[in-house]
Design a protein around this ligand. Structure first.
Ligand code: GCB
Length: 606
């Protein structure tokens, strides 16, 4: 059986020990660790915080830019009391792939940088003693990996990574590492689908266990009262006078799944759930049967020093700022965020468009400069044999794992299956037909699915939007095209394109629009990069949005400034944030606050 995707929690039958902290660390500069037995232990090592990206901690540029393997080591003490349990070693993520050894034995291997994975370690550990954990993490990317990129090896053998995307390729153990003790027969997976019938809530559940003993399920409200219960691995439960999970007004029940043997509880797993519905009807997205208007941002997991490493302080600050600015939603651009972020979204009632790490599925803009100089690869991305086979398979895996991990979050109302693939290419049509068919077969909630469409595949040229339930548009009219004095014309062109998309009859969400802005640069009259220009740019976009009835949401790019690969297009990173990287507002934040606090969550467009 594959590893369980349930988040590790303590319960009457389960135990979790967090083993994050300061670990031994070593950069494998000469790519020798795998052949020289580093799996048995590191020497001449330095130290590293887990979780974190390793890139921004050292002063040495070659470490920041390191491409290849890095090694981690720590010791774990597994208590004697755990001898009768299944013991798993679980990583919240390793970017982008990892192999794990305990006491020199391989226990886990995983491809994909943003998903949890674990290995069963019973056979290789000594209970009541210390055990050695060694992990190798590799950050190389190619046309077949999700996300996509390419590695170039220089004359001296050193590798350089060119991501096909606009964020720094932060690497390492980005999320918590935990030891998990599970009963021998345990709850392996839970799937819920909720409905609203009048004032009642319905929960369709399925519990998968690793054995054949009976299952009992209780639904517990926020006052710890059991409001519904049932028997069996599959059942339909009803909550009378239900408290709905609403955007900005979250209510969570606990679905407590128990494996029982007579009076004995063999395993118990408490899953937070929310009762809500999502549906696309005509040109609207309905949440709880009412037309919802998305206000918010595309984000990144990104901050100083931590890089992409889990940072609960920054996460809370971000939720505070989202509330302050009147946002009700975000997109997890361009990869799945930490499980703890998703839990916060459930608790705070933040609506989430959940995105896979499938970014960079195009070649014409690979590395802006290479493209500008005409040096970008000329083979169509979707015509490559390896894309039709390996990339497609990896993309499907990324979707399957994301859905397994996030399917029960009430905050997740839509899946974004890819960011800006080149859907102007003929080959993108069969590729996305297969991707959408596959994804649709996996979600029993039938949540809307889409991908973000980019400027090079405008209305009339895109071959994949036919498969999407909602049109997600990334557009930069007035920034990458027709910027500065041309802004008024840009607005008119944008309106025209929106009219075109409206003829599809599908709801449209602006998934990206933005202008790079250096915090503190003021110019009257405005010039591009000044705070004044960002404000004027946003006003023009908003005018265009309000001219389009099918438009049911606006998520500005980006919530905050973030780090990218170095280059002439970026000033120490992408500066399109409404907030700085240190989470302070630019002038644009006040404009957005004014607009969004005046737009209701429901019924803005009836
Ligand atoms: C996009 C990408 C995003 C970039 C953004 C930009 O279309 O989806 O990853 O950061 O444009 O600022 O250029």
């Amino acid at each position: 059986m594959e590893n369980s995707f349930l988040y590790p929690v303590n319960s009457s039958t389960r135990r979790v020990i967090d083993i994050s902290g300061i670990w031994k660390f070593k950069i494998d500069a000469n790519n020798e660790g795998r052949d020289h037995g580093w799996k048995d232990g590191l020497c001449d090592n330095t130290l590293m915080a887990v979780p974190s990206s390793y890139n921004d901690i050292f002063t040495d540029k070659s470490i920041r830019e390191h491409v290849g393997d890095v090694w981690y080591e720590t010791e774990i003490f597994v208590p004697h009391e755990w001898e009768s349990f299944h013991v798993d070693l679980r990583f919240g993520s390793a970017t982008h792939r990892a192999v794990v050894w305990v006491n020199g034995h391989e226990v886990a291997k995983h491809e994909g940088g943003y998903m949890p994975f674990s290995g069963r370690i019973n056979k290789v550990i000594r209970f009541g003693e210390k055990n050695k954990v060694v992990v190798v993490v590799n950050n190389e990317l190619d046309y077949t990996t999700i996300p996509c990129g390419t590695v170039k090896t220089q004359a001296d053998g050193k590798k350089l990574l060119f991501p096909f995307f606009d964020f720094f390729n932060y690497s390492g153990l980005h999320r918590h590492v935990k030891l998990v003790a599970l009963p021998k027969e345990s709850v392996y997976d839970i799937t819920v689908k909720t409905d609203i019938i009048g004032t009642d809530g319905q929960i369709n559940y399925e519990v998968i266990t690793t054995g054949s003993k009976d299952v009992v399920v209780e639904i517990i409200d926020e006052d710890k009262v059991i409001v519904a219960s049932g028997k069996g691995k599959k059942n339909l439960l009803t909550i009378n006078d239900v408290n709905l999970w609403q955007p900005g007004n979250a209510y969570l029940y606990t679905l407590n799944a128990k494996i029982v043997d007579g009076d004995m509880v063999i395993d118990e797993y408490p899953l937070p759930i929310g009762i809500r519905t999502v549906e696309v009807k005509d040109n609207r997205v309905l949440i709880n049967n009412k037309p919802f208007y998305f206000k918010g941002f595309g984000k990144h997991e990104d901050c100083e020093y931590h890089g992409r490493g889990y940072n609960p302080v920054v996460n809370l600050r971000d939720f505070e700022l989202l509330e302050w600015i009147g946002a009700n939603s975000i997109r997890t651009s361009h990869y799945p965020y930490s499980e703890e972020f998703m839990q916060l979204a459930d608790q705070k009632g933040l609506v989430v468009i959940d995105e896979t790490p499938a970014v960079g599925l195009f070649d014409m803009l690979n590395n802006f400069l290479a493209a500008g100089l005409g040096k970008a690869d000329q083979t169509n991305f979707f015509d490559r044999d390896e894309v039709k086979t390996k990339t497609l398979a990896n993309h499907k895996d990324a979707i399957r794992e994301l859905f397994l991990r996030d399917k029960n979050h009430p905050s997740v109302v839509m899946w974004c299956l890819a960011n800006e693939p080149d859907t102007s290419q003929e080959g993108s049509e069969p590729y996305f037909k297969e991707i959408f068919e596959y994804a649709k077969s996996l979600d029993i909630q039938y949540r809307p699915m889409s991908f973000t469409n980019f400027m090079m595949a405008p209305f009339g040229k895109c071959r994949a939007h036919q498969f999407a339930d909602v049109i997600l548009l990334n557009r930069y009219y007035g920034w990458y095209m027709m910027g500065g004095p041309e802004l008024p014309n840009a607005k008119e062109m944008f309106k025209q394109e929106l009219q075109g998309w409206s003829t599809t009859g599908k709801p449209i969400i602006m998934a990206e629009y933005g202008a790079d802005t250096m915090n503190g640069v003021h110019k009257l009259p405005s010039v591009m990069w000044s705070e004044e220009y960002q404000v004027e740019y946003l006003k023009a976009q908003h005018d265009a949005f309000d001219s389009c009835d099918n438009l049911v949401g606006e998520q500005m790019w980006n919530f905050a400034d973030f780090q990218t690969t170095e280059g002439i297009m970026r000033v120490d990173g992408n500066k399109k944030g409404a907030f700085t990287r240190t989470r302070q507002p630019k002038s644009a934040a006040y404009l957005l606050q004014k607009r969004w606090t005046n737009i209701p969550d429901y019924g803005y467009k009836k």
